[in-house]
Design a protein around this ligand. Structure first.
Ligand code: URA
Length: 266
């Protein structure tokens, strides 16, 4: 299953590299899809590539990247174990904020990446990623360091690492928030280690009509238990994730932003 996720992620990356869906492609050196393993339990989502990222083709490799790496290491995580990406995959010229239309044009890529990786925790780096991933949830100053559960996803908004470069006092806040992230990860890990509950056997409704369910093998990660390549090879009639190919099919209908009470805060 793991190689299915890696293959699906590689396909998404290929689409990103040739995407021309918004004007950001005109000034880029290259698109920056993301980096890290498809089996990562943690995903970090930033704003958009900067100058160094545009040149190197990898996210968070400039000054903000150094801060991010140190923060991850401060709680015993290796950067290479984390999948890192951005809301927009091409550099906004002069490092300006990404525009709503640019974020919208890129959104199906981020959705696909999250769907494939299904991480235990998504670290939201800064206000643009927060607005994109948790619209209507509130501002970064109120949410930073808190667990936000939406559906089966767990998010932790954090100040953007670059903010700590400009405002030194935020570094302490980021470090404190990372300690909380360590705690959330430990909880998620403990949950994952709990034995899988055996599903009750399905009653014999009609002879031969149903098979009894076997429980999932304990070693199978529920995160990757579903077919991943259906993202790029949907059944006829299923909604299609538009991955930016020429002549691409319908874009997915954007989900309704959740109301505040659909979000659980901890
Ligand atoms: N580098 C990135 O890749 N993303 C950011 O948001 C900032 C720097």
């Amino acid at each position: 299953m793991q190689s299915g996720a890696a293959d699906a992620l590689a396909v998404v990356h290929e689409y990103i590299l040739v995407c021309t869906d918004c004007p950001l492609h005109l000034k880029r050196i290259q698109a920056v899809p993301g980096s890290g393993p498809a089996g990562a339990r943690i995903m970090a989502v930033g704003e958009g590539p900067g100058e160094t990222e545009d040149r190197v083709g990898r996210p968070f490799v400039g000054a903000a990247g150094n801060v991010l790496t140190k923060l991850l290491e401060s709680i015993g995580l290796r950067r290479d174990d984390i999948y890192i990406t951005n809301v927009v995959k091409c550099r906004p010229p002069g490092n300006r904020d990404p525009e709503p239309a640019e974020m919208e044009a890129c959104s199906h890529f981020l959705d696909a990446q999250i769907e494939i990786i299904r991480p235990d925790v998504i670290l939201i780096l800064g206000r643009h990623a927060l607005a994109r991933l948790l619209p209507g949830a509130g501002g970064i100053s109120g949410l930073h360091g808190r667990k936000v559960v939406r559906g089966d996803r767990l998010y932790v908004p954090l100040y953007h690492p670059a903010a700590a470069l400009y405002q030194g006092s935020l570094m302490r806040t980021l470090e404190d928030d990372m300690l909380k992230v360590r705690g959330y990860l430990d909880e998620a890990e403990a949950r994952r280690r709990q034995p899988v509950q055996a599903a009750p056997p399905v009653a014999h409704a009609q002879a031969g009509a149903t098979k009894s369910h076997s429980p999932a093998p304990p070693s199978a990660s529920p995160a990757h238990a579903e077919p991943l390549l259906s993202l790029v090879a949907p059944e006829p009639g299923e909604p299609v994730l538009r991955l930016g190919s020429p002549g691409a099919t319908e874009p997915p209908t954007p989900p309704e932003p959740p109301s505040r009470d659909q979000l659980s805060l901890f």
